[in-house]
Design a protein around this ligand. Structure first.
Ligand code: CP
Length: 304
């Protein structure tokens, strides 16, 4: 049995194969509509979610399976003091696979060592979000046609942004990738990601405070939200929340085939006027999420 806690739990070949399956699901959904008959996915979300939870549930239903679970800790016995380990041990009797989101870094890892069914990390604190990364890779592969030879700007909260950490981890394994790290000083990419991933993989990267400085060179611009829930003090959040706002005007200097991504939810960091720009791909990105999660469920349940 294999769990998915970190994107590195999957090899590049496994990811590429899953993207291939997800594309086949888009083209031939009928082939897959009974693959998970009699299977149950449990979604245990100790933190709010729209896309991840609902796309997992939709994915399992489109495969013919069923879903159960909870969308907030307060509606489970965790609110009575039950541990994550005990919860997972029990839910394993009721389901075949578990997708779990938790505000504490490492909680899905702890869960995996107490589980009799595969665990999928659906986001743990400011740490990792591997299925968002699969969604992002599927989007890049579909929209750009390749995952090598790209200059990727990641902008916003690079300190607490788990989607950014997982994306950098994943893309650093492809050829000729460069990163532009765009953030205020307070929200810079943590040193452990720079040394353990970028330096180790010999990935070139540039750091800047402004979107404009490197925008003309970017193939991908990955915007992120400044996350209120990760701040210890309201003043810091208020000072930084509108640091970046991508507008139509700013995009005038960008490449014609730039791909603008965002894991969503968005707050103010992309003006709604950008939504009609053909380079804006963040809603397509959310849609790709369901197909790659279908491919992931099939892989983890070992269904061909
Ligand atoms: N991208 C993402 O994880 O969205 P949700 O928080 O809505 O699941």
């Amino acid at each position: 049995m294999k769990h998915l806690i970190d994107i590195k739990d999957l090899s590049v070949d496994e990811i590429d194969e899953m993207i291939k399956v997800a594309k086949d699901i888009i083209n031939h959904p009928e082939k897959y509509s009974h693959k998970c008959d009699n299977k149950i996915l449990a979604t245990l979300f100790f933190e709010p979610s729209t896309r991840t939870r609902l796309s997992f549930e939709s994915a399992m239903m489109r495969l013919g399976g069923k879903v159960l679970g909870f969308s907030e800790a307060n509606s489970s016995s965790v609110s009575k003091g039950e541990s994550v380990s005990d919860t997972i041990r029990v839910v394993g009797y009721y389901s075949d696979i578990i997708a779990m989101r938790h505000p504490k870094e490492g909680a899905p890892y702890v869960a995996s060592s107490n589980s009799i069914v595969p665990i999928i990390n659906a986001g743990d604190g400011g740490h990792n979000h591997p299925t968002q990364t699969l969604t992002d890779l599927m989007t890049i592969s579909s929209e750009k046609g390749h995952l090598d030879d790209l200059t990727i700007g990641v902008c916003g909260d690079l300190k607490f942004g788990r989607t950014v950490h997982s994306l950098i981890n994943a893309m650093s394994r492809y050829k000729n990738i460069k990163f532009v790290l765009i953030s205020p000083d307070e929200l810079k990419l943590p040193d452990y990601v720079k040394s353990n991933v970028l330096d180790k993989c010999k990935i070139k990267y540039y750091e800047t405070n402004t979107i404009e400085e490197y925008l003309p060179k970017l193939d991908i611009l990955y915007m992120t939200r400044v996350q209120k829930e990760r701040f210890f003090n309201e003043e810091d959040y208020k000072r930084l929340k509108d640091y970046y706002i991508l507008t139509k005007d700013k995009l005038k200097i960008a490449k014609k085939d730039l791909c603008i991504m965002h894991p969503l939810p968005r707050v103010n960091e992309i003006a709604t006027e950008v939504d009609s720009d053909p380079r804006a791909k963040y809603f397509e990105q959310a849609n790709y999420g369901r197909f790659i999660r279908m491919a992931l469920i099939l892989k983890m349940l070992n269904i061909k």
